[in-house]
Design a protein around this ligand. Structure first.
Ligand SMILES: [Zn+2]
Length: 144
């Protein structure tokens, strides 16, 4: 009995750990895919989910989860269904303009759709991708 209890306790800690991170690393392939999708979808916005994992307080984003959908700039994020996979940690979307700051609608959806969110603005490149936390605060990331 004692052993069983301890095991459950550790599992619960591990679940919490899933959302605790001090550093974000985005894999180069994910960055490349974001730039490519933003260009292909222009002049519309594209949106995708980010798949990642937290290990040793490092959140590593390793894949885009992209679904085709009918774009409407004013409510793209709300129209998306949350994919059925456990590794979704946030979203990425493009702005067909020069600003990569989140809109009011973006901020509302950030808090519901994960813990890290990326916005890429024009001209689409790795240097115009900005990361935000679920409250819309800018966060740094590394590419690796
Ligand atoms: Zn936006």
């Amino acid at each position: 009995m004692a052993v069983r209890k301890k095991s459950n306790w550790v599992e619960r800690l591990f679940e919490l750990d899933k959302f605790v991170f001090e550093k974000v690393i985005i894999e180069q392939e994910v960055i490349d895919a974001i730039v490519e999708l933003a260009e292909q979808t222009y002049p519309k916005e594209f949106i995708a989910f980010l798949e990642g994992k937290v290990k040793n307080k490092v959140l590593r984003i390793y894949r885009l989860n992209y679904q085709e959908y009918i774009a409407n700039p004013s409510y793209t994020v709300y129209k998306m269904d949350f994919p059925i996979t456990s590794d979704i940690v946030g979203t990425v979307h493009s702005h067909p303009g020069p600003s990569n700051r989140p809109s009011k609608a973006d901020l509302q959806s950030f808090s519901k759709k994960g813990i890290v969110h990326l916005i890429i603005s024009m001209p689409y490149s790795s240097s115009t991708i900005q990361a935000y936390d679920m409250n819309g605060n800018m966060i740094d990331y590394e590419v690796a």
